[in-house]
Design a protein around this ligand. Structure first.
Ligand SMILES: O=C[C@H](O)COP(=O)(O)O
Length: 249
Protein backbone atom coordinates (compact mmCIF):
# COMPACT_ATOMS: atom_id res chain seq x y z
CA UNK A 1 0.00 0.00 0.00
CA UNK A 2 1.54 3.29 -1.08
CA UNK A 3 1.26 6.15 1.39
CA UNK A 4 -0.04 9.23 -0.35
CA UNK A 5 2.24 12.24 -0.57
CA UNK A 6 1.38 15.93 -0.65
CA UNK A 7 4.60 17.73 -1.58
CA UNK A 8 4.96 21.49 -1.68
CA UNK A 9 7.71 23.04 -3.78
CA UNK A 10 8.19 26.62 -2.65
CA UNK A 11 10.67 27.32 -5.47
CA UNK A 12 12.46 30.68 -4.87
CA UNK A 13 9.85 31.93 -2.44
CA UNK A 14 9.93 32.40 1.28
CA UNK A 15 11.93 33.90 4.10
CA UNK A 16 11.96 32.88 7.76
CA UNK A 17 8.69 34.68 8.44
CA UNK A 18 6.94 32.37 5.99
CA UNK A 19 7.75 29.31 8.08
CA UNK A 20 4.60 30.17 10.03
CA UNK A 21 2.91 28.16 7.25
CA UNK A 22 4.38 25.02 8.85
CA UNK A 23 2.57 25.82 12.08
CA UNK A 24 -0.65 26.47 10.17
CA UNK A 25 -0.28 23.09 8.42
CA UNK A 26 0.66 21.12 11.51
CA UNK A 27 -2.80 19.68 12.09
CA UNK A 28 -3.03 18.59 8.46
CA UNK A 29 -0.23 16.04 8.78
CA UNK A 30 -1.53 12.98 10.59
CA UNK A 31 0.06 9.57 11.10
CA UNK A 32 -2.56 7.72 9.10
CA UNK A 33 -3.04 10.48 6.51
CA UNK A 34 -0.91 11.52 3.54
CA UNK A 35 2.74 12.30 4.09
CA UNK A 36 3.17 16.09 3.99
CA UNK A 37 6.42 17.43 2.57
CA UNK A 38 7.57 21.05 2.22
CA UNK A 39 10.54 21.88 0.01
CA UNK A 40 11.59 25.45 0.87
CA UNK A 41 14.60 27.33 -0.51
CA UNK A 42 17.97 26.08 0.77
CA UNK A 43 18.27 28.99 3.22
CA UNK A 44 15.21 27.68 5.07
CA UNK A 45 16.02 23.96 5.15
CA UNK A 46 17.43 23.90 8.65
CA UNK A 47 14.96 26.27 10.34
CA UNK A 48 12.10 24.49 8.57
CA UNK A 49 13.31 21.08 9.71
CA UNK A 50 13.67 22.37 13.25
CA UNK A 51 10.22 23.93 13.23
CA UNK A 52 8.66 20.80 11.71
CA UNK A 53 9.89 18.53 14.50
CA UNK A 54 6.91 16.85 16.12
CA UNK A 55 4.42 18.05 13.48
CA UNK A 56 4.70 15.05 11.15
CA UNK A 57 5.71 17.39 8.30
CA UNK A 58 8.92 16.44 6.52
CA UNK A 59 11.31 18.78 4.72
CA UNK A 60 13.03 18.48 1.35
CA UNK A 61 15.45 20.40 -0.84
CA UNK A 62 14.76 21.51 -4.41
CA UNK A 63 18.02 20.21 -5.90
CA UNK A 64 21.49 19.11 -4.85
CA UNK A 65 24.90 18.71 -6.43
CA UNK A 66 26.11 15.29 -7.52
CA UNK A 67 29.35 15.60 -5.53
CA UNK A 68 29.47 15.33 -1.76
CA UNK A 69 31.77 18.35 -1.36
CA UNK A 70 34.27 20.42 -3.30
CA UNK A 71 34.89 23.58 -5.28
CA UNK A 72 31.36 24.19 -6.56
CA UNK A 73 30.54 27.78 -5.66
CA UNK A 74 26.90 28.28 -4.83
CA UNK A 75 25.94 24.62 -4.77
CA UNK A 76 24.78 22.42 -1.92
CA UNK A 77 25.43 18.70 -1.64
CA UNK A 78 23.16 15.85 -0.64
CA UNK A 79 24.99 15.28 2.67
CA UNK A 80 24.49 19.01 3.43
CA UNK A 81 20.79 18.69 2.71
CA UNK A 82 20.57 15.70 5.05
CA UNK A 83 22.65 17.51 7.69
CA UNK A 84 20.16 20.39 7.59
CA UNK A 85 17.46 17.95 8.66
CA UNK A 86 15.81 17.32 5.30
CA UNK A 87 14.77 13.85 4.19
CA UNK A 88 13.83 14.44 0.53
CA UNK A 89 15.19 16.23 -2.50
CA UNK A 90 13.46 17.20 -5.75
CA UNK A 91 15.66 16.39 -8.75
CA UNK A 92 15.28 17.09 -12.45
CA UNK A 93 12.54 19.69 -12.11
CA UNK A 94 11.92 21.22 -15.54
CA UNK A 95 12.99 24.62 -14.18
CA UNK A 96 16.41 23.03 -13.45
CA UNK A 97 16.53 21.12 -16.73
CA UNK A 98 15.64 24.24 -18.75
CA UNK A 99 17.28 26.96 -16.68
CA UNK A 100 20.50 25.18 -15.78
CA UNK A 101 20.87 22.70 -18.62
CA UNK A 102 20.52 19.65 -16.39
CA UNK A 103 20.54 16.53 -18.54
CA UNK A 104 19.05 13.15 -17.75
CA UNK A 105 22.57 11.91 -16.94
CA UNK A 106 23.08 14.83 -14.52
CA UNK A 107 19.80 13.98 -12.82
CA UNK A 108 20.83 10.32 -12.49
CA UNK A 109 24.12 11.37 -10.87
CA UNK A 110 22.24 13.59 -8.44
CA UNK A 111 19.87 10.73 -7.60
CA UNK A 112 22.90 8.53 -6.79
CA UNK A 113 24.21 11.28 -4.52
CA UNK A 114 20.82 11.66 -2.84
CA UNK A 115 20.56 7.95 -2.16
CA UNK A 116 24.10 7.84 -0.79
CA UNK A 117 22.99 10.49 1.71
CA UNK A 118 19.83 8.51 2.59
CA UNK A 119 17.54 11.06 0.97
CA UNK A 120 14.39 10.16 -0.92
CA UNK A 121 14.69 11.48 -4.48
CA UNK A 122 11.63 12.99 -6.15
CA UNK A 123 12.53 12.75 -9.82
CA UNK A 124 10.56 14.99 -12.18
CA UNK A 125 9.69 14.20 -15.78
CA UNK A 126 7.34 15.93 -18.17
CA UNK A 127 6.83 17.03 -21.73
CA UNK A 128 6.77 20.46 -23.35
CA UNK A 129 3.69 21.79 -25.12
CA UNK A 130 5.42 21.07 -28.41
CA UNK A 131 5.93 17.43 -27.39
CA UNK A 132 2.29 17.16 -26.31
CA UNK A 133 0.92 18.70 -29.48
CA UNK A 134 3.34 16.72 -31.64
CA UNK A 135 2.21 13.42 -30.14
CA UNK A 136 5.61 12.58 -28.64
CA UNK A 137 4.80 13.18 -24.96
CA UNK A 138 4.88 9.54 -23.89
CA UNK A 139 8.14 8.85 -25.75
CA UNK A 140 9.82 11.94 -24.27
CA UNK A 141 8.71 11.07 -20.74
CA UNK A 142 9.78 7.45 -21.14
CA UNK A 143 13.25 8.52 -22.23
CA UNK A 144 13.55 10.97 -19.34
CA UNK A 145 12.55 8.27 -16.87
CA UNK A 146 14.91 5.70 -18.36
CA UNK A 147 18.00 7.90 -18.26
CA UNK A 148 17.28 9.97 -15.14
CA UNK A 149 17.17 6.93 -12.86
CA UNK A 150 20.19 4.92 -11.81
CA UNK A 151 19.84 1.27 -10.88
CA UNK A 152 18.81 0.46 -7.34
CA UNK A 153 15.46 2.21 -6.99
CA UNK A 154 13.17 1.22 -4.14
CA UNK A 155 9.73 2.40 -3.17
CA UNK A 156 11.21 4.05 -0.11
CA UNK A 157 13.86 6.14 -1.81
CA UNK A 158 12.26 7.01 -5.13
CA UNK A 159 9.21 9.11 -5.95
CA UNK A 160 8.47 10.11 -9.56
CA UNK A 161 6.63 13.34 -10.36
CA UNK A 162 4.93 13.87 -13.71
CA UNK A 163 4.91 17.59 -14.46
CA UNK A 164 3.89 18.66 -17.96
CA UNK A 165 5.89 21.85 -18.50
CA UNK A 166 2.92 23.58 -20.09
CA UNK A 167 0.85 23.04 -16.93
CA UNK A 168 3.33 24.54 -14.46
CA UNK A 169 2.13 27.88 -13.12
CA UNK A 170 -0.21 28.35 -16.06
CA UNK A 171 -3.57 27.28 -14.67
CA UNK A 172 -3.76 24.71 -17.48
CA UNK A 173 -4.16 21.10 -16.41
CA UNK A 174 -4.15 17.98 -18.59
CA UNK A 175 -7.33 15.94 -18.74
CA UNK A 176 -7.54 13.14 -16.22
CA UNK A 177 -7.32 10.73 -19.18
CA UNK A 178 -4.00 12.30 -20.18
CA UNK A 179 -2.68 12.12 -16.61
CA UNK A 180 -3.81 8.49 -16.30
CA UNK A 181 -2.16 7.56 -19.59
CA UNK A 182 1.19 8.95 -18.43
CA UNK A 183 0.99 7.59 -14.88
CA UNK A 184 0.00 4.11 -16.07
CA UNK A 185 2.94 4.16 -18.50
CA UNK A 186 5.32 5.31 -15.74
CA UNK A 187 4.10 2.52 -13.46
CA UNK A 188 4.59 -0.09 -16.19
CA UNK A 189 8.06 1.18 -17.08
CA UNK A 190 9.15 1.16 -13.42
CA UNK A 191 7.91 -2.41 -13.09
CA UNK A 192 9.76 -3.52 -16.21
CA UNK A 193 12.98 -1.92 -15.04
CA UNK A 194 13.01 -2.56 -11.29
CA UNK A 195 10.65 -5.51 -10.90
CA UNK A 196 6.95 -5.70 -10.16
CA UNK A 197 7.22 -5.15 -6.40
CA UNK A 198 9.33 -1.99 -6.70
CA UNK A 199 7.30 -0.78 -9.66
CA UNK A 200 4.17 -1.04 -7.54
CA UNK A 201 5.78 0.62 -4.52
CA UNK A 202 7.15 3.81 -6.09
CA UNK A 203 4.81 6.75 -5.56
CA UNK A 204 3.76 8.78 -8.59
CA UNK A 205 2.88 12.43 -8.13
CA UNK A 206 1.16 14.75 -10.55
CA UNK A 207 2.37 18.38 -10.64
CA UNK A 208 1.22 21.43 -12.58
CA UNK A 209 -1.44 23.94 -11.46
CA UNK A 210 -2.86 21.70 -8.71
CA UNK A 211 -5.31 23.86 -6.76
CA UNK A 212 -7.96 23.25 -4.10
CA UNK A 213 -10.69 23.19 -6.76
CA UNK A 214 -9.12 20.57 -9.06
CA UNK A 215 -7.28 18.40 -6.51
CA UNK A 216 -10.04 15.87 -5.85
CA UNK A 217 -10.49 15.08 -9.54
CA UNK A 218 -6.74 14.68 -10.06
CA UNK A 219 -6.38 12.47 -6.97
CA UNK A 220 -9.14 10.17 -8.20
CA UNK A 221 -7.08 9.44 -11.33
CA UNK A 222 -5.38 6.10 -11.96
CA UNK A 223 -1.92 5.74 -10.41
CA UNK A 224 -1.88 9.24 -8.91
CA UNK A 225 -0.47 8.91 -5.38
CA UNK A 226 -0.31 12.60 -4.61
CA UNK A 227 0.87 15.91 -5.96
CA UNK A 228 3.90 18.12 -6.31
CA UNK A 229 2.38 21.53 -5.70
CA UNK A 230 4.03 24.86 -6.45
CA UNK A 231 2.07 28.07 -5.96
CA UNK A 232 -0.73 26.51 -3.92
CA UNK A 233 1.74 25.19 -1.33
CA UNK A 234 2.80 28.67 -0.27
CA UNK A 235 -0.19 29.26 1.99
CA UNK A 236 -1.94 26.94 4.40
CA UNK A 237 -5.26 28.29 3.08
CA UNK A 238 -4.56 26.66 -0.30
CA UNK A 239 -2.43 23.67 0.71
CA UNK A 240 -4.65 22.41 3.54
CA UNK A 241 -7.67 21.64 1.30
CA UNK A 242 -5.33 19.91 -1.18
CA UNK A 243 -3.98 17.68 1.61
CA UNK A 244 -7.55 17.04 2.76
CA UNK A 245 -8.62 16.07 -0.78
CA UNK A 246 -5.72 13.63 -0.93
CA UNK A 247 -6.68 12.14 2.42
CA UNK A 248 -10.19 11.52 1.08
CA UNK A 249 -9.05 10.02 -2.25
O1 LIG B 1 7.05 21.69 -8.50
C1 LIG B 1 5.91 22.16 -8.68
C2 LIG B 1 5.41 22.43 -9.98
O2 LIG B 1 6.34 22.99 -10.84
C3 LIG B 1 4.02 22.95 -10.09
O3 LIG B 1 3.95 24.34 -9.89
P1 LIG B 1 2.50 25.03 -9.84
O4 LIG B 1 1.68 24.21 -8.87
O5 LIG B 1 2.77 26.40 -9.36
O6 LIG B 1 1.95 24.94 -11.23
Amino acid sequence: MRRKLAAGNWKMNGTRADLSVLGDLAGAATEDGPEVLICPPATLLHPAATQALGTGIVIGAQTCHEAASGAYTGDISAPMVADAGATHVILGHSERREGYGETNADVANKVRAAWAADLTAIVCVGESLEDREGGTALAVISEQLAYSLPNGATGQRLVVAYEPIWAIGTGKVPSTAQIAEVHDALRAQLGDRFGAATGAAVRLLYGGSVKPDNAAEIFATSNVDGALVGGASLTAADFTPIIAALARA
